[in-house]
Write a protein that binds this ligand. Sequence first.
Ligand code: BG6
Ligand code: MG
Length: 215
Amino acid sequence: MIQAVIFDLDGVIVSTDECHYQAWKRMAEEENIPFNRTINERLRGVSRMESLDIILENSAREYSNKEKAALAARKNSYYVELIQSLSENDLLPGALHALRSLRENGIKIAIGSSSKNTPLIMKRLGIESLFDAVADGNDISRSKPDPEVFLLAAQKLGMSPGDCLVVEDADSGVEAALRAGMKVLGVGSAKNNPRATVTAGDLSSFDILSYIRQS
Ligand code: BG6
Ligand code: MG
């Protein structure tokens, strides 16, 4: 029986995808590194430094670790600039309703995100108080598809992995949830992922509470 739901943040609760894309694009153009939306799809759910490594596969030259840290910091400064204007209008369809109805019905809810900007984003959206636990990029050393972030979220909730449902938009996140021994609802970019336990276009077209009650 599912007793807790762990939500990915970017692409599930909030549409920050375009901000990530624009920030990486600005950095890549400044460095003359080819970058496009197809490459960008591979960055979903992946940590900042691993995302940079994927982008640098197309670079004409090698970068030292120090230079790489500077590139990642530069991208993040562009990204943080872009997310300053985030507000509750950027919450994805059905997200707030899902969070509230789960809470009201005694289901524990947590965030399990690779992003180090999770605290800032949650603050801008005004959703911090809705969650029982947060596990994010600041707490982990291994990025999705490693299950670390979801196992940590379950631990913070005091739940067994088998009692948790993950909601994910990234294929890497679907794998992470399965490796954690959890069920996973694939939405958005993961809505056609055959590995997901169940799928939906977004949270407005799926009743998590009913699903939990039937499971
Ligand atoms: C994930 C995004 O949630 O966070 C990735 O899907 C991003 O695209 C990752 O790279 C890390 O984000 P941040 O905010 O720590 O750079
Ligand atoms: Mg995501």
